[in-house]
Design a protein around this ligand. Structure first.
Ligand code: GLA
Length: 390
């Protein structure tokens, strides 16, 4: 008996250390988070009925079954704090309160997310979490929140790493596994310190529903590719697919590029009224599988033989490679992917087109194809036979 109790006492520090080093969030976001967020399409026009309708549409459109999980309310759901400091939701827009809404979303087998800000106020002037980190984390956990996006407005003079770490700790103390999405726009080099604090961190300013903005966010986020790994992702911002500012070819390129970068896929359109073309883009299983590949590598630009004609590649868990041939220019052109540049070390490869869902067949040394202006071709390549090419 005495030996047993001594043993268990001796083990106590180990048990404590294990529980400290494995917070409830440590098994979250092992692949890039997928979901929907209100901001890109609705701005401050959020409500209980919008979120319920979106959760319904997530299911009926097949998006949930395609892998989209989190339904996230962005800014403007909150109006004040009560006498005890508890954050208060806008009761005219959320008449049933946030807990009932989270229950509804969970009832659809989806997860529920909310927005806050590390500073004194959100970007839209609503109450921020500064000084209320523990209290807000407890409130969110009690409501059943699964994902928190934490913005960086009205935070001047604060240390980003320290503030975000404080919120991570506050969330972990609740015992509920909650994804933390850092949104300081890359202004404090989060790629240097965010892994272990946030599950994803913005690398750029806000995306706009325009080709040039989408490409600019791609280029910036691609600078930090070596940092991305399961549980910790560069975030070039939410998707604009279906919001109307780009063509469907451009939206296919947008999704292809986010997938090859292992970016979080947070849809930002009105799911309740999206076109069939948009639905098909967002739910393409072969493209989503590239994003969600368990190896967790962020694909990179491997070749740009001519300005604006690019080859991007990403190694996948099963030894195959995803490839995007990107034509950034306004005229059609031919783009060639050399197998060796993609990372395939055999003479030949079998090639599949992930948008037409067609086998292209076996190619030797390289694959060339015409790519329309402002579009992308997305492929999966598998090295076959032959001697290594380098
Ligand atoms: C910032 C963020 C956006 C959005 C708005 C809300 O601009 O970067 O994604 O959350 O605030 O006010």
């Amino acid at each position: 008996m005495r030996i047993d109790s001594r043993l268990s006492l001796a083990l106590l520090p180990l048990v404590l250390a294990a529980s400290i080093s494995s917070p409830p969030s440590s098994r979250l976001a092992l692949t890039p988070p997928m979901g929907w967020n209100s901001w890109n399409h609705f701005g401050c026009n959020v409500s209980d009925s919008l979120i319920r309708g979106t959760a319904d549409a997530m299911v009926s459109s097949g998006m949930r079954d395609a892998g989209y999980q989190y339904v996230v309310i962005d800014d403007c759901w909150q109006v004040s704090r009560d006498a005890k400091g508890t954050i208060v939701a806008d009761s005219s827009r959320f008449p049933h309160g946030i807990k009932a809404l989270a229950d509804y979303v969970h009832g659809k087998k989806l997860r529920f997310g909310i927005y806050t800000d590390a500073g004194t106020k959100t970007c839209q002037g609503r109450p921020g979490s500064y000084g209320y980190e523990d209290q807000d984390a407890r409130t969110y956990a009690a409501w059943g929140v699964d994902y928190v996006k934490e913005d960086w407005c009205n935070a001047s003079g604060l240390n980003a790493r320290a503030q975000y770490a404080k919120f991570r700790k506050a969330l972990d103390k609740t015992g509920r596994p909650i994804v933390l999405s850092l949104c300081e726009w890359g202004s404090n080099q989060p790629w240097e310190w965010a892994p272990g604090i946030g599950n994803l961190w913005r690398t750029t300013d806000d995306i706009e529903d325009k080709w040039v903005s989408m490409l600019s966010n791609l280029d910036q986020s691609s600078q930090h590719s070596t940092v991305a790994r399961p549980g910790a992702w560069n975030d070039p911002d939410m998707l604009e697919v279906g919001n109307g500012g780009m063509t469907d070819d451009e939206y296919r390129a947008h999704l292809s590029l986010w997938a090859i970068q292992a970016a979080p896929l947070i849809a930002g359109n009105d799911l309740r009224s999206m076109s069939e073309a948009t639905r098909i883009i967002l739910t393409n299983p072969e493209v989503l599988a590239v994003d969600q590949d368990s190896l967790g590598a962020q694909g990179i630009l491997v070749w740009e033989p001519v300005p604006e004609l690019q080859v991007w590649a990403k190694p996948l868990r099963n030894g195959t490679h995803a490839v995007v041939l990107l034509n950034r220019s306004a005229k059609a052109d031919t783009i060639t992917a050399y197998l060796s540049r993609v990372g395939i070390h055999t003479d030949s490869a079998s090639v599949r087109d992930l948008w037409s869902h067609a086998e292209i067949g076996k190619v030797k040394g390289r694959y060339s194809t015409a790519v329309k202006p402002h579009s992308a071709v997305m492929l999966r390549m598998m090295g076959v036979g032959g001697a290594p090419s380098n």
